[in-house]
Every structure is written in C-alpha cells, then in structure tokens.
Design a protein around this ligand. Structure first.
Ligand code: ZN
Length: 281
C-alpha cells in the first residue's frame, strides 16, 4: 500500500500519478489529513487493503507534500553505514549517534530548497514511519510497529554542525527545507526485501551515493530496540536511519550543493524524490 500527501490530502496511490482520496473513498471514516491516519494506522491499513473504485485524484510530483507532515518526534541516526563511517573517519561506536531533525524542516518530493550557506551536503536515507505506540521493543516486534518507509534526504550544514566543541547536528540539519521526504509512504510488504534495498542519490545526473540498506551498522530492528528502550515511540514518528558513503564532506576536494543543482534520491521499491536548490536572497 502506498499513501501520499497530495496538497495536504491523504491519497491512496493506485497507479502512476493517480489514486483514491482517502476521506471520500472511506465515506469520512478517515479524514483528509495525512498525519491523522496515524491515530488508527491499523484500521486505516485494513481499510486500504480492501479499498476499490475508480481513481478520483490525479497528481503531479510537485503536489506531493511530506507523507508524514507533522511527526510528534523525529529521530535521526548518524554514522550508520560501514563505508560512511570509514569515509568520515569515525571509529566504531558502542551506540548509534542519535539527534533530531526538527519537524519544520520537512518538505515534499519535488521541493526547491534555499541554501543558507555554501557548505550544505546531501545524505540519502531510508526513513521509517512508526505506526503504533511502542516501548521496549524486541527485535522480533520491531518491524510490526513500522507503518511504512519513505525516501528522505538529511540535508546537512557542515560548518555549523561541528563549529563548536560539541556537535550541533540537530540545528545544522534542520534549516528550512532540510528534510525532503517522499514520494509516498510504502508498506514493508511491498518491498522486495525490507532489510536490503538499493539506496542512491544523483546530483545533476552524477551518482554521488550508491549503497544497500543491508550495510547499516545498526539495522532497522536494532535501531527501534535501542530507541524504544529510552523513548516511547509514537504513531506518526519518523526515524531517519543514516546514510551510505559518498557525501560531499568526505570527498577530496570537498563538494557541496550549489544553487541551480538538482538532487535525485531513490530507494528500491519506494521511488524517488527530486530536490532543487536556490541561493538565499
Ligand atoms: Zn544523516
């Protein structure tokens, strides 16, 4: 099942650029707000599995908002792929580096993002949406609490993230528009292998990152075990699960995003999002 945010309304995607408006197709059982689906994700998923009818919505990529627009919590994981840890020069850690991307940074699948500095970097990531409240999960329970996954970019301002004595990841990765997500939320049953997906991004057509999610140091179940050991995970939360190697900051010479460039981020079985960049006024 694929559910999109089309100009603020939840749409069950049934084909290429077409779908069912959730509020209309469910006769109002589920509202139009994509975030509100998480108040009863199980009920929604059950209804969606049997939903039929002629598509009543046509949409273009630029109409796609973030599939999870107002998550109560956003967890983000740093240095979670082996090759990225190597390129960044980080020794193995005993726990995943965890920070937040403040939710106002979220944007959709075809966004134009302003570059506040000349040192903004890309990080394509598998993003998980939590479907049901969870505390102290076991590995076996973890995937059951995932509503679906989407493609994300953890855009990062590299100078401010490490300008002080201690890392400043949360703010440096939360500038306006620094959390492109989409194109929609896909349930795990639609994925060829939920633990091993090709993940990549291209900048103006040139491949910058190309990896597989099976190369995570802490895999999805392990991340949810560790996060839920500390925090209660809430329906509609997001987890940015880390990025593979190939970021600009680790290149020689370093390379960052410039106005006019176009970044396409893709995950196997999910789809792709496009982010374009412009200068700050
Ligand atoms: Zn990241």
């Amino acid at each position: 099942m694929r559910v999109a945010n089309v100009a603020g309304r939840a749409v069950l995607v049934t084909g290429d650029g077409v779908g069912l408006d959730v509020e209309r197709a469910s006769d109002g059982r589920f509202g139009a707000d994509p975030q509100a689906l998480f108040t009863d994700w199980g009920g929604f998923a059950g209804w969606a599995a049997g939903a039929t009818g002629e598509p009543d919505v046509r949409f273009a990529p630029e109409q796609l908002g973030p599939p999870v627009p107002r998550p109560p919590q956003v967890f983000a994981i740093g240095v979670n792929y082996r090759e990225h840890a190597d390129e960044a020069g980080y020794p193995p850690d005993s726990a995943p580096i965890t920070f937040t991307k403040f939710p106002t940074c979220l944007t959709g699948a075809d966004a134009v993002v302003e570059l506040p500095t000349e040192t903004v970097d890309w990080e394509v990531e598998l993003v998980l949406a939590i479907g049901t409240r969870a505390r102290r999960l076991s590995r076996e329970q973890a995937w059951e609490h995932v509503a679906g996954v989407t493609v994300g970019q953890d855009l990062s301002e590299r100078v401010s993230q490490s300008a002080g004595a201690k890392p400043q990841y949360s703010l440096a990765k939360s500038h306006e528009g620094f959390g492109p997500t989409g194109p929609w939320l896909v349930t795990a049953d639609e994925l060829p292998d939920r633990d091993d997906l090709a993940i990549s991004c291209r900048l103006d057509g040139e491949t910058m990152q190309s990896g597989r999610t099976s190369r995570m140091i802490y895999d999805v179940p392990e991340l949810l075990v560790r996060l839920s050991a500390v925090c209660t995970l809430l329906p509609g939360d997001l987890v940015f699960s880390g990025t593979p190697s190939g970021v600009g900051n680790a290149r020689t010479p370093k390379r960052f995003l410039t106005p006019g460039e176009e970044l396409v981020s893709e995950i196997e079985g999910v789809g792709s999002i496009r982010t374009r960049f412009r200068a700050a006024p």
